[in-house]
Design a protein around this ligand. Structure first.
Ligand code: AMP
Ligand code: ZN
Length: 468
């Protein structure tokens, strides 16, 4: 059955029917992490929603190829051509080399993704693997007259385009690069909106990673990497390009400018942008020191998948306000859901009719511009329906191909391995507190666990626990 999938396309400012370049196939490109620090739960919101997007296509029967870069060079703190290189800042902060930082945080990123059931894209390519491709593309842009050399750097000439601001969210007056008060204007640029394709001369002469190029030893700008890595693996016609909303300008605007100038035709039809996770102080950002990671949530006793459910409960195009109170509510709902599913009988005959009905309902919710909160409510519809337990169980197991909440992977008690581990650690901490006669601490731990629905019982064989 062919489903009609509707998605909001940032390029058109409208919800559109998705029509792939090749029927039945979807090519997706995702801007990957800048690996100079841990991913925060805001970054991971974006990756969770992109993961659901990819899995929705697979669930609806499409063949999907998804590619993601790892930004390990060229991303400056200003997103444009100003500021320090983020990787270098990370290396200095930790007294390590840029490559050590890149390897460490790339691995940390995928560990977090694993905890959140975010599938690894089919191809993951670090920018530093593709220097040859970047140079080749810049050479083409120079040959075609879209780029110029100035002051030792290669720039893209935005005046060569009829419509540089393709997302039309900006106007040349108020969003031009280099006009912020704290940033000095780059005098080498012909137009204020031009951007760097290749640096040989930068204000920051201690750049660690540099490569030979026809224009001298230097390093690529940030935007060129996504254009090249996408085309390297997905060709000249891309179906969907993803990222957070902050990527729209200048990153995606510049990607379109250089890619379409290079290939001479439209490159990517659909642009999928996830809105930000914010907290009371505003957008969560890696450059702030108080950002939250998956480990922070785990240390506080949350299961990572409760955060996935938190993200699924809101629409990807709306900002999502994070608070522990809100997460607590979802974490409780998540635990109850796991328990309810674990109590379903797995015997009995599957009702194919009901299975197909609810499977369609789930796809309908998701194909309506990825309405994940409606998709989650389909789980409850199934549980509250008159279908038999076996059918309910098989449906929820099947939904997990997309929603990936591990609703059927849990132990019969409804407690995940991570949560069990957490309880054990708390019991050990309580025993240690009792040994050193810190009874106030021991009581506090017991109360903390009580709030999580865990009751402790001290027996001769040691402390036992049960969910109530
Ligand atoms: P970065 O590692 O900074 O390059 O960002 C990785 C991804 O996270 C990009 O797609 C960003 O647009 C996205 N992102 C950054 N901050 C947030 C946030 N607060 N909420 C959601 N997505 C974000
Ligand atoms: Zn990108």
């Amino acid at each position: 059955m062919a489903y009609q999938i509707k998605l909001y396309n940032s390029l058109k400012h409208d919800v559109e029917e998705f029509i792939p370049n090749t029927p039945g196939e979807v090519k997706i490109y995702t801007c990957g992490p800048t690996v100079y620090h841990y991913a925060h739960i805001g970054n991971l919101r974006t990756y969770i929603m992109e993961d659901v997007l990819e899995k929705m296509f697979r669930y609806a029967g499409y063949k999907v190829k998804r590619v993601m870069n790892i930004t390990d060079v060229g991303h400056l703190t200003g997103d444009s051509d100003d500021g320090n290189d983020k990787m270098l800042l990370g290396a200095k902060r930790e007294n390590r080399t840029v490559m050590e930082i890149a390897d460490f945080y790339t691995e940390a990123f995928f560990k977090d993704c694993e905890k959140l059931n975010i599938k690894r894209p089919d191809v993951v390519e670090p920018a530093t693997n593709c220097i040859g491709e970047f140079i080749a593309m810049i050479e083409t842009l120079l040959e075609k007259g879209y780029a110029y050399l100035s002051g030792g750097n290669v720039y893209f000439d935005t005046s060569k385009l009829d419509n540089y601001y393709v997302f039309s969210l900006q106007n040349a007056e108020d969003l031009l690069v280099g006009v912020r008060e704290d940033v000095s204007e780059d005098k080498n640029k012909r137009n204020k909106s031009d951007f760097v394709l290749w640096f040989t001369k930068s204000k920051f002469d201690d750049q660690e990673l540099k490569w030979e190029s026809p224009w001298g030893v230097g390093y690529p700008g940030w935007h060129i990497e996504c254009s090249c890595i996408s085309m390297k693996h997905l060709g000249e016609y891309l179906d969907i390009h993803c990222g957070g909303v902050d990527n729209i300008f200048p990153h995606h605007t510049n990607e379109i400018a250089q890619t379409e100038s290079c290939v001479g035709h439209e490159w990517c039809r659909y642009w999928f942008h996830v809105n930000h996770l914010v907290d009371q102080s505003g957008k969560m950002s890696k450059s702030e020191n108080n950002f939250l990671t998956v480990s922070t949530l785990e240390e506080k006793g949350y299961e990572p998948l409760a955060y996935r459910m938190f993200c699924l409960q809101s629409h990807y195009r709306k900002p999502l306000l994070f608070s522990y109170e809100a997460l607590d509510n979802i974490a409780n709902a998540y635990r109850k859901l796991v328990k309810r599913v674990s109590q379903l009988e797995r015997e009995g005959e599957l009702s194919q009719e009901k299975f197909d009905f609810y499977k369609n309902k789930l796809i309908e919710a998701l194909s309506d511009d990825l309405n994940t909160s409606n998709a989650v409510s389909v789980i409850y519809d199934v549980l509250n329906s008159d279908a038999n337990d076996r059918t309910k169980y098989e449906l929820i197991k099947s939904f997990d191909d997309v929603l990936s909440l591990d609703l059927t992977k849990e132990k019969p008690s409804g407690v995940s391995t991570e949560f069990e581990q957490y309880i054990k650690e708390k019991i050990d901490q309580r025993s240690a507190a009792k040994k050193r006669k810190d009874f106030a601490m021991a009581d506090r731990i017991r109360e903390e666990l009580l709030k999580e629905g865990v009751a402790l019982e001290d027996t001769r064989e040691g402390t036992k626990w049960k969910m109530f």
